[in-house]
Write a protein that binds this ligand. Structure first.
Ligand code: NDP
Ligand code: 8X3
Length: 253
């Protein structure tokens, strides 16, 4: 196997689009997520359409033991991961701090920060050993700025942004690249998850302008991964043309 990418959160949105993009360009893939049926279907589709090998691992990134056990269960050739895309993540709720639900906060902290760390801690020693690899963290514009009622989600993405910079410092001497990807508003299942299944509330986030699509971010992730060995793209902020920052979006209505 020449090129292997591990993509977390590949059952939907940006992760799924990234898996498709990498498969089209000849990467064998390790895809992860909690929804087993979607993972298995994606594995079948990728193998059929792109003639690559796909390993599907179903686990919750918040489960430290599961992360370690599942990744360590990979056969040795599959541990030669060239690109790790730390994408699994979510927002839950959008409440001012005094009304915030502590369970929501814990889900975001456990998924977006701790989950990313569990994955990274398991995979990086394999990269260090080979003196080669690329870690791509999907952070957010919410890791650059804050917005009203974004409090804990923004804090988790600021943590991802800080980790991208810190991990780069730790791994530079081992020849490992680290890229931080900071998307603005992307129409995926993100808002349905954030608003706990309320599709109408989710739809309103993307009304009146053309939001980014998951494929737009997948293209950028792939671009950063496909640069020559001596080039590292450290940080990319991507928004819809209608979005100027976290709080200014020009809508037609
Ligand atoms: P989606 O909800 O469409 O996809 C999220 C993915 O993360 C799913 O595959 C989901 O898989 C996985 N995931 C969530 N929680 C867990 C968990 N505990 N364990 C394992 N996998 C998990 O959202 P997006 O594609 O939009 O989000 C992907 C990343 O992009 C996130 O980190 C998000 O914060 C970030 N982002 C999104 C933006 C947007 O506007 N959409 C903008 C900026 C950043 P499953 O449910 O099967 O476990
Ligand atoms: C997702 C984008 O603006 O909803 O990270 O926080 S935003």
């Amino acid at each position: 196997m020449e090129k292997i990418a591990l993509i977390t959160g590949a059952t939907a949105g940006i992760g799924e689009a990234t898996a498709k993009k990498f498969a089209e360009t000849g990467y064998d893939l390790i895809i992860t997520g909690r929804r087993k049926e979607r993972l298995e279907q994606l594995k079948k589709d990728l193998e059929r359409n792109s003639n690559v090998k796909v390993w599907a691992l179903c686990f919750d990134v918040r489960d430290k033991e599961a992360v370690t056990k599942m990744l360590n269960s990979l056969p040795d050739p599959w541990k030669n991961i060239g690109v790790l895309v730390n994408n699994a993540g979510l927002a839950v709720g959008k409440d001012p701090i005094q009304e915030g639900k502590i369970d929501d906060w814990e889900r975001m902290i456990d998924t977006n920060i701790k989950g990313l760390l569990y994955i990274t801690r398991t995979v990086t020693p394999w990269m260090v050993e080979r003196k080669k690899g690329h870690i791509i963290n999907v952070a957010s514009i919410a890791g650059k700025e804050v917005y009203p009622a974004g409090n804990v989600y923004c804090a988790t993405k600021h943590a991802v942004d800080a980790l991208s910079r810190a991990i780069r410092l730790d791994l530079v001497e081992h020849g490992i690249k680290v890229t931080n990807i900071a998307p603005g508003l992307v129409e995926t299942e993100f808002s349905v998850v954030r608003f706990k299944g309320d599709q109408d509330q989710a739809d309103k986030v993307y009304e009146g302008y053309k939001p980014l699509l998951a494929e737009d971010i997948a293209d950028v992730i792939w671009f950063t991964a496909s640069r020559p060995a001596h080039v590292n793209i450290a940080d990319v902020l991507i928004t819809a043309t209608a979005q100027a920052n976290s709080t200014v979006v020009v809508k037609n209505d």
